[in-house]
Design a protein around this ligand. Sequence first.
Ligand code: CAA
Ligand code: FAD
Length: 394
Amino acid sequence: EGIVNSLDTFTDEENMLRESVRKFSEEVVAPKVRDMDENEMMDPEIIKGLYEQGLMGIEIPQEYGGSECSFMSAIIAIEELAKIDPSVSVLCDVHNTLVNTIFRTWGTKEQKDKFLTILSNGSVGSFCLSEPASGSDAFALQTRARKEGGHWIVNGSKMWITNAYEADVFLIFANTVRFTLTIKVDPSKGYKGITCFAATKDMGIQIAKKEQKLGIRASSTCTLNFDDMKVPEENVVGGVGQGYKIAIECLNEGRIGIAAQMIGLAQGAFNKAVPYTYERKQFGQSVGTFQGMAFQIAQAATDITAARLLMYNAARRKEEGKSFTKEAAMAKLVASQVAQRVSGQAIEWAGGVGFTRETGIEKYWRDSKIGAIYEGTSNIQLQTIAKFVQKEYS
Ligand code: CAA
Ligand code: FAD
């Protein structure tokens, strides 16, 4: 589209990747979107296709079977998939920007050999931080791990875990503080005991519930229970007590991914509704050419471009090793607002047709609501941005 092409900052490799993900999304994903939404189930053939396209190990080095592409490439893939289906997009997003990133950044050589190899070759990953009593206040988590011989024994429960239904690999954040005599912490700083554990399904992960949702219905969201689950000592990722840092640092990256998902979603709704407004005639004229419509469409095109620039800027800053936490929070905040606004308007632009399930426009609007909730609600993004502003101006 013109909007994307007007941003001339991509490498040839990134442009080629965009084209190939677009083709995959349109040819393989698009025909299945409606059924997957209605059945609330991800089609395993799509997951297989994502692996065949090299999208599930997009940043993983080739020595572990990955595609070894840039972070920007991972972001472009998420954006392109979301134009057709935000559920497929978030499956890929969590797997890459959260799970694979943690192993790539903090994994030992042995962990990389073991986990990156399977994660780029058929095993889906999930990121298990939130719990029934700790969502925004994520570091107040209650899941506990205690050491027994060469193992950690994990007890607790996780809620809202994306990909859990399809996953083989689970990164579980649990607190070790109560049981670790060597770490002396102020109780209010209990989060300094949070530790990241790599677990596989066969260790005894129980799926207690699969949610029924308003949107992204093909993406699984589950509650998990751990009942004296044994995790080998060598599966601690990044060291005991490093979990909170690992979680929030990869979420800073993940938030750029969610911004990309929301921008792809907004563009997808725009792409479906706008051509219709030029075909549909009322009062002897294409409805999209009435000034009241044309200006809304122009505003939406501008909003999508503005959000997209914020998102690409955050992604480039991350690639260049510059600070990007504030920029990622701003990009996610704005992209989720734009996605909600544009997808809502897209329904109205198409009139009654937009309100039916048949065109798929209403689905974008249902899918857009989640952007303001997961990977930190909009208030949490504002809180993050506010801290930077206060630091800069006081
Ligand atoms: N980047 C880096 N470090 C950060 C940070 C950020 N954005 N925010 C906080 N920290 C660090 C602080 O520097 C501090 O570290 P030190 O003690 O080492 O200095 C520590 O975290 C605690 O900081 P605060 O006391 O300021 O933070 P808090 O306890 O009030 O809240 C938070 C911290 C839990 C990270 C909160 O700001 C937050 O982001 N909540 C949302 C949680 C979230 O995003 N969950 C997503 C789950 S995954 C998901 O949703 C996936 C999906 O759907 C697809
Ligand atoms: P709460 O924290 O209870 O927030 C409720 C309201 O209070 C919100 O509007 C919030 O903005 C507001 N609020 C809270 N604290 C403050 C504050 N300090 N200042 C101002 N307002 C505040 N988690 C994972 O770990 N892994 C996943 O894969 C995952 N996937 C998800 C998929 C879906 C579909 C959903 C719905 C959630 C997922 N989550 C996942 C959890 C998600 O990150 C949390 O839902 C989110 O962080 C918000 O937590 P909460 O739902 O407990 O809301």
